[in-house]
Unconditional design. Structure first.
Length: 78
């Protein structure tokens, strides 16, 4: 997904429709900028406020995520 606004909308709708929360598999994610990270942080906060869970699986280490968020789009692989 290329647009954080679309990601935010889709995940917020999915969280609202769920009974207990979401499991998000991030194994295929090769790039995530700060907007994408903010979507996940905000969704985590929303899940907590609504008594639901947000489980992120296949998440690289925090160091790798930070490095990916700081990477310039022109240096994206592929």
């Amino acid at each position: 997904m290329d647009d954080a606004a679309d990601l935010r909308r889709d995940l917020t709708v999915a969280l609202a429709a769920s009974r207990s929360g979401l499991d998000i598999d991030l194994a295929a994610v090769t790039f995530c900028d700060s907007s994408g990270l903010h979507v996940l942080l905000d969704l985590d906060r929303l899940a907590l406020q609504t008594g639901k869970t947000l489980v992120r699986t296949a998440l690289a280490s925090a160091r790798d995520c930070w490095a990916a968020a700081c990477r310039r789009p022109s240096s994206r692989p592929g």
